[in-house]
Design a protein around this ligand. Sequence first.
Ligand SMILES: Cc1cc2nc3c(=O)[nH]c(=O)nc-3n(C[C@H](O)[C@H](O)[C@H](O)COP(=O)(O)OP(=O)(O)OC[C@H]3O[C@@H](n4cnc5c(N)ncnc54)[C@H](O)[C@@H]3O)c2cc1C
Length: 413
Amino acid sequence: MTHKRIAVIGAGIIGVTTAFELALRGHQVTVFEKNQTCAEETSFANAGVISPGYVTPWASPSMPARLLKECFSKNTSFLMHFPNMTELQWLAKCWKASKAENYWIHRSALQRLALMSQARMKELSNLFRLEYEQLLGYNLVYRDAKAWEQALLALPYLSSQSIPYQLLSAQELMEKEPALESSTSLAGAIHLPQDQVANCRQFAMAIRDEAEKLGVEFRFKADVQALDPQQPRRVICGQEVLSFDATVVCAGTMTESILKAFDLKTGIMPIHGYSLTAMIKEPLDAPRCGLMDDKYKVTITRQGNRVRVGGVMELGGSSKEHNPKAIKTLYKVLEDWFPKASDWSQQVQVWKGARPMLAKGSPLICETPVKGVWLNAGHGSSGWALGCASAQLLAGMVDEEVTPDQWPELALR
Ligand SMILES: Cc1cc2nc3c(=O)[nH]c(=O)nc-3n(C[C@H](O)[C@H](O)[C@H](O)COP(=O)(O)OP(=O)(O)OC[C@H]3O[C@@H](n4cnc5c(N)ncnc54)[C@H](O)[C@@H]3O)c2cc1C
């Protein structure tokens, strides 16, 4: 195998893990990141859930009806600004992707990737003795009978994928989560004992250290210009021009702008989301692991000595402007399930990030039609859960050990 000089653009969870896997195979890797350290954008304060049992494309068969209902709801998990043409076209693609036949293709690809990723994360954690606030167990909670019936329909799929689960009554859930508010109505819960919660940013920092030990050079405050189709493997950053044998774009929602001079569209759409994080007041009043409220698609997780509530999908708008409706939804879900977890009138970190979403649901892990320019991007709501396997696959493809036809769902079409 010939060792290559490879540029990785972006040091979120995807870029850092990609750089690590490439370096492990002996390649000479340079990472370019416009921020002053890694995991400063979407990988900064996500909900932290690693859930092979629940990973799913956003565009599901129930999505169109759900969105319609959300438009009239007081506490909403979906917000839309007046859409422009690109956003409308993207929504139309989502509608197409939500058809059952498309949905199941991408759901099973995501699940395969998530299981591989979890296994790789475990390997790396054991090998390097990594600590990143890992907790085992994830509870999916359903407030009403109709939603619960729907949830039960998905159980044969979990069984077919050998994903262990347990059905819980309200009483049984309280035994697992003693701080849970008992007055909130609950039709049933699914406990996924192998799914996890952990701190994405801490993991990215730890893998960056390991990558550096393997010789990876990280260049921070390095804002890379759009690639030039005439010399696509040349990276221009400030006054510097550097040449590589291959370039891997891991720039999350900014991937499209790096490829703007190329005649190709990735279809990655920024879908904003929010998280609130605060110190736990009394550990006994906080969640023990992760909880997903299916009605609002909001998660509550424990991350070390902090509690985090995250969710809401916002199409359009800017990263800087916080929508009070979104924040209200997060507080409502928190109040409903863990009202005493923290003192929310004290210091709260309010964060807004942009998920790099594709309508189809699964990410792009492939070589573009421009030889030597690769993509590892578009992981939507699950980049943390999919990161380690995405990096392994990309590195395997660069070394021609994994062929694109093994993973057709991840190709650029
Ligand atoms: C509210 C919320 C909750 C979430 N919860 C979960 C969860 O529970 N589980 C889960 O798996 N996922 C979750 N996600 C999704 C997950 O956070 C993302 O999928 C993941 O962080 C994407 O990682 P990334 O590396 O592709 O992007 P990023 O982390 O955004 O990294 C891209 C990097 O590229 C850099 N970059 C861009 N352009 C340039 C340039 N020109 N030059 C140099 N550098 C550049 C950026 O600065 C950035 O650091 C959540 C997301 C949100 C918003």
